[in-house]
Design a protein. Structure first.
Length: 144
């Protein structure tokens, strides 16, 4: 695979994740566009993604996924986030970079494993996600 930068991987990951979540919302029986949109946003907003990224720790991410996460998280964006603080935005960008990487690698088995974990986690923890402490750190001491 070509070595894409973190923001490019996040761009692809964002698109794939958004479509995957929309299909998931449809599978839950939602049909009204406003309901679909509101439900999808609860899964795709930066706080939800950052919360899940915090839980996808060394026990879940592979060494390669940790490197990709860091590449996305540490990449400097050209704009400021609209609806979150910079730390939350960076974590969500790292999460999206891993999704984009797995998509481009065509590793759909691993991608679905992470996305299934993601939706289950978000559904179980809506209050924690809404009230999360933005500075909660991810322990990636397993690799540099």
């Amino acid at each position: 695979m070509i070595l894409y930068n973190g923001l490019t991987l996040a761009y692809i990951g964002d698109g794939y994740y958004e479509m995957w979540i929309r299909q998931y919302c449809l599978s839950k029986g939602y049909t009204l566009v406003n309901d679909l949109h509101n439900l999808a946003v609860s899964y795709t907003n930066a706080k939800a993604q950052a919360y899940v990224a915090t839980l996808l720790n060394n026990e879940f991410y592979t060494d390669e996924e940790i490197k990709i996460f860091k590449r996305g998280r540490n990449q400097t964006a050209t704009h400021k986030p609209k609806n979150s603080d910079v730390t939350t935005y960076n974590k969500s960008t790292g999460f999206e970079a891993v999704i984009g990487y797995l998509y481009l690698e065509k590793n759909f088995e691993r991608l679905n494993e992470i996305l299934d974990f993601t939706v289950k986690t978000i559904e179980k923890n809506p209050v924690e996600i809404k009230n999360q402490i933005p500075n909660s750190e991810i322990d990636f001491s397993k690799t540099e």
